[in-house]
Write a protein that binds this ligand. Structure first.
Ligand code: AIR
Ligand code: ASP
Length: 303
């Protein structure tokens, strides 16, 4: 089957679809790149097969050749690449294999990390969504790629702690592993140049990073997410020590953005205290990917 459609940029596209092979091709004429192919994106396929024109427009940008996304890179971070989405309300996120720590000073390529984090994060976001937490995730495109809502990121990291570890232990002299009498919420300014310094609520409102209402709402959601995640991880035999959240403004609301993965959480085995998170990389403990794989397997078993 072959039909002519217009791409979002107005270029004529020739589309052909083989339902049985679940392969889909769009050929753009007078347009670089000349050939855009979609071979993956199992979850997109049901929509593709209908060949609805609006959906084809979407696919123009979601198109992939092999593993390469044919869309403009809007931003490349330490562990993710953000591409222009199919419309103005969405973005494409690609998880990289790069591991960084200490504000990018320590860096390594861990082949497969991107896919593991993408899988863990989408599984957790699915669970949170089922429990009423609104997240930016729209759909998984492929193993390391997701379509997300284009939210305006609040330039604050929200840190939640159940057990003393990391910078908290260092700063306040509390041994790692000490249970905290109440859940701790901290905020940091999202700034690589400044090294993500801690920032308090009056400082946040004073420089206009967020309003008082937004801070209240992020705190409320952070507590709720903590309860849900503690329960989920407990079922897998994992203790949720601490984690980092990011929020974005979308449609007049604050929604959960970025990722929740072993890169952004501290996760310890309940019985052995074995670290199953990025501290394995930060502290050269070895077995980084095996541990991430273990987290994914455990989550899959309870989901
Ligand atoms: N975190 C903070 N900035 C980036 C990340 N990933 C996460 C850490 C840890 C928690 O926030 O992975 O789970 C607290 O980090 P720290 O270093 O302040 O103890
Ligand atoms: N500061 C973050 C961490 O250590 C990320 C990074 O440094 O690249 O987790």
């Amino acid at each position: 089957m072959s039909t002519v459609y217009k791409s979002v940029d107005g270029y004529p596209l020739k589309a052909s679809c083989d339902e049985h092979l679940f392969q889909f091709r769009l050929t753009a004429w007078q347009h670089e790149p000349h050939s855009i192919e979609i071979m993956k994106g199992k979850q997109l396929m049901p929509r593709v097969v209908g060949l609805n024109e609006k959906e084809l427009e979407t696919l123009d940008i979601l198109s992939m050749r092999g593993n390469k996304i044919m869309s403009d890179i809007l931003y490349e971070g330490k562990s993710k690449i953000i591409y222009r989405g199919p419309n103005n309300e969405s973005l494409i996120i690609r998880y990289k294999d790069t591991a960084t720590a200490f504000n990018g000073e320590k860096k390594a390529e861990l082949s497969g990390k991107g896919k593991l984090n993408a899988a863990i994060s989408s599984l957790i976001y699915g669970y949170l969504a089922e429990h009423g937490v609104e997240t930016h995730l729209i759909e998984v495109i492929d193993d390391a790629t997701a379509l997300v809502k284009k939210a305006e990121i609040v330039m604050i990291e929200v840190i939640v702690r159940n057990v003393a570890a990391g910078s908290f232990s260092k700063k306040y002299g509390v041994p790692e592993g000490t249970a905290l009498k109440n859940t701790v919420i901290e905020f940091s300014l999202k700034s690589d140049e400044l090294g993500d310094p801690m920032i308090n609520e009056s400082q946040i409102t004073a420089i206009g990073l967020a309003t008082e209402e937004e801070l209240k709402e992020m705190t409320r959601q952070a507590f709720r997410i903590n309860e849900l995640l503690c329960a989920l991880f407990a079922k897998t035999g994992i203790r949720l020590i601490d984690f980092k959240l990011e929020f974005g403004r979308y449609d007049g609301k604050l929604i959960l953005c970025d990722e929740i993965s072993p890169d952004s959480c501290r996760l310890w085995d309940i019985d052995t205290d074995k670290k199953l998170d990025k501290d394995r990389f930060r502290r050269d403990l070895g077995d980084v990917l095996d541990s991430y794989q273990d987290v994914l397997r455990r989550l899959q078993n309870v989901r």
